[in-house]
Design a protein around this ligand. Structure first.
Ligand code: ZN
Ligand code: ZN
Length: 321
C-alpha cells in the first residue's frame, strides 16, 4: 500500500502532526517528501506553509525595530550572496550542470543556497528540470499560462504536490549523501543564520553601540526582509519572465528576456536565451546583456574553484525570429 493510500484514512490530528514534523524534516521516511495527507494534492497545505507566511508577517517588524546602515548593508550583502548561490549553483550548476566544481565547493554553495529558504538543492533542481522538460505545458510545475500569476509565483510550491521531490529527475545529485541530508533538513540552515544575526546584533548593541543596530533589528532586516525580497525576486523568473519581455528566440514556451528581472536576479532575466540553450553557464548572450552571475562564475574560475564553464555554441546565438 502506498503512503498516499495509507494516510487517506488518517485522522486529522495525525495529518496535522505530519505537517508540523515536515517543518523540520522535509521528507521523513518517505524520501519523496509526499506529505501523504490524502485529498487533492494541488490544494495548498495551509498548516505546512505557516512558517512561509510567518516570514512575511515578521517583515512588519521594520516598524518596531528601527533601521541602521549596518542592518541595511547586512540585508543587501545577504541578498547578494544568497542570490548568487541560487542562480550560480542551485540553477546553473545543480539544475543544468553548466560547469564543474569540487565536491567541497558544491556542498558549500548548497549550504549558502539552503540559507535562502528555497528548500534544498535536490528539491530545487528536480522541479526546475521538470520546468524545462515541460515548459508551459500542463506538466510544467509553475507555468503562468496555465496557473496565472499567483499560482506560478508562489502557489505552486505550497501544495502537497509541490512539496515532493521527483527523484527520477536528479539521480546525478541524489548519489551524494551530504546533499540528501541537507535536502531533508534544509530548514536548520536558515535557522542558524537567523540565530547568528540575532546574537551578532545583540553583541554589537552592547559592545559597539555606535553601530546603531540591535538583536531584533539585525534579525528583522538581515534575515526576514532580505530573505523575503530574495525569495520574491527569484520566483519572478517563474511568473513574470514567462509573461513580460521580448523573445529573441522562437522557443516552444513563453519565456522572455527582461532587463529589469535580469538586474534583480543577477542575469536570470535573460530567460528566453536560457530556454533556447539551458546548458550554458552564461545567460546574457549579447555583450550588453549584463549577467552578474556569469561574472561571478568567471571570477571563481579565475581562482580555480570552478571550471569547464559551458559556452553558448556560436550557431545557437543566431536569432530565430
Ligand atoms: Zn522558464
Ligand atoms: Zn533553467
Amino acid at each position: 500500500m502506498s503512503s498516499v493510500e495509507r494516510t487517506t484514512e488518517s485522522p486529522w490530528w495525525r495529518r496535522a502532526a505530519l505537517a508540523l514534523s515536515r517543518w523540520f524534516d522535509t521528507t521523513g521516511t518517505d524520501t519523496t517528501g509526499a506529505d501523504a495527507a490524502g485529498g487533492d494534492d494541488r490544494a495548498i497545505d495551509w498548516l505546512r506553509v505557516v512558517p512561509f507566511l510567518g516570514m512575511h508577517v515578521m517583515c512588519l517588524g521594520v516598524f518596531f525595530v528601527g533601521v541602521s546602515p549596518f542592518a541595511l548593508w547586512t540585508a543587501l550583502a545577504l541578498y547578494a550572496v544568497r542570490m548568487f548561490a541560487i542562480t550560480g549553483f542551485y540553477h546553473r550548476y545543480f539544475s543544468h550542470r553548466a560547469f564543474r566544481t569540487s565536491r567541497a565547493l558544491q556542498f558549500a554553495f548548497a549550504l549558502v543556497g539552503a540559507a535562502s529558504v528555497q528548500r534544498g538543492p535536490l528539491w530545487w533542481a528536480a522541479h526546475h528540470r521538470n520546468h524545462h522538460r515541460h515548459a508551459d505545458t500542463e506538466h510544467d510545475p509553475h507555468s503562468p499560462r496555465r496557473l496565472g500569476f499567483w499560482r506560478s509565483h508562489v502557489g505552486w510550491f505550497l501544495t502537497r504536490r509541490g512539496f515532493r521531490t521527483d527523484f527520477d529527475r536528479i539521480p546525478d545529485l541524489a548519489r551524494y549523501p551530504e546533499l540528501r541530508l541537507l535536502d531533508r533538513y534544509d530548514v536548520f540552515v536558515p535557522i542558524a543564520l537567523a540565530t547568528g544575526l540575532f546574537v551578532l546584533g545583540g553583541w554589537l548593541e552592547r559592545h559597539h553601540p555606535a553601530s546603531g543596530t540591535s538583536a531584533a533589528q539585525l534579525l528583522i532586516w538581515g534575515f526576514f526582509v532580505s530573505t523575503v525580497v530574495l525569495f520574491h525576486a527569484t520566483v519572478t523568473i517563474n511568473s513574470l519572465a514567462h509573461r513580460y519581455g521580448t523573445r529573441r528566440f522562437d522557443t516552444d514556451d513563453d519565456s522572455r528576456n527582461n532587463v529589469w528581472l535580469a538586474l534583480i536576479t543577477f542575469g536570470e532575466g535573460w530567460h528566453n536565451n536560457h530556454h533556447h540553450f539551458p546548458g550554458s553557464a552564461r545567460q546574457g548572450f549579447a555583450w550588453w546583456e549584463f549577467d552578474l552571475t556569469y561574472c561571478g562564475l568567471r571570477a571563481l574560475a579565475a581562482m580555480g574553484l570552478v571550471w569547464d564553464l559551458k559556452p553558448v555554441p556560436a550557431g545557437l546565438r543566431r536569432v530565430t525570429r
